[in-house]
Write a new protein. Structure first.
Length: 198
């Protein structure tokens, strides 16, 4: 099984990084083949809404997404991790997601309407970390993740959501959350739903 981890934080060694690291370790412990990308290190322009992918399902913009598309398509599981910026995922992660309009069009072109409620290409999970305690902190990012995975023809299976974490490595002091992240990685391989809010 191929599993892709997407580090969405601009800060290396931050809390969402540590949690994704643990999830990838959990997945690897069950034999998953791990790949990872860091969205902030890639040159990805936002979607131009130019319509270039409407009839082909292929983006006409040439940049680092050229190397990302095959990984998204070939991976049976994708885990997206991001800190919360203004109650949403980071801009670099969002640019990557927005460019998946091409894959959404590809799905619409290739999959008959009666089969579009079925996901045949795998599963997706979200790891989200925020400093605030807001009750709606993760709602926006979950909606984005759900429709990101929909474009990939992958089901959204939940994730790990952690509030009240602010210092750069603060999550490392909360061993129970690190264990939850490890479990998420294992559940991602076995195909189980996972929805934990801390």
């Amino acid at each position: 099984m191929k599993l892709l981890g997407i580090y969405g934080s601009p800060r290396k060694g931050g809390n969402s990084d540590f949690l994704l690291n643990e999830a990838l370790k959990g997945a690897k412990s069950l034999g998953a083949e791990i790949q990872a990308i860091r969205s902030f290190d890639l040159t990805i322009s936002g979607c131009r809404e130019c319509g270039g992918c409407d009839k082909t399902g292929k983006c006409v913009v040439r940049d680092d997404m050229d190397s990302v598309y095959p990984q998204l398509v070939e991976s049976e599981v994708v885990i997206l991790a991001s800190p919360m910026f203004f109650y949403g995922i980071t801009s670099s992660a969002k640019a990557l997601i927005d460019r998946c309009q091409a894959l959404w069009n590809k799905r619409m072109l290739e999959k008959p309407p009666d089969l579009r409620r079925r996901y045949d290409s795998g599963r997706g999970y979200l790891i989200a970390v925020g400093a605030t305690k807001g009750s709606n902190l993760f709602e926006g990012s979950e909606m984005v993740a759900k429709y990101f995975f929909d474009a990939l023809d992958k089901s959204y299976e939940g994730g790990l959501f952690v509030r009240s974490v602010e210092g750069k490595a603060a999550v490392m002091e909360r061993s129970e959350i690190l264990k939850e992240a490890f479990e998420l990685g294992k559940k991602a391989v076995t195909g189980e739903k996972f929805h934990v809010i801390k």
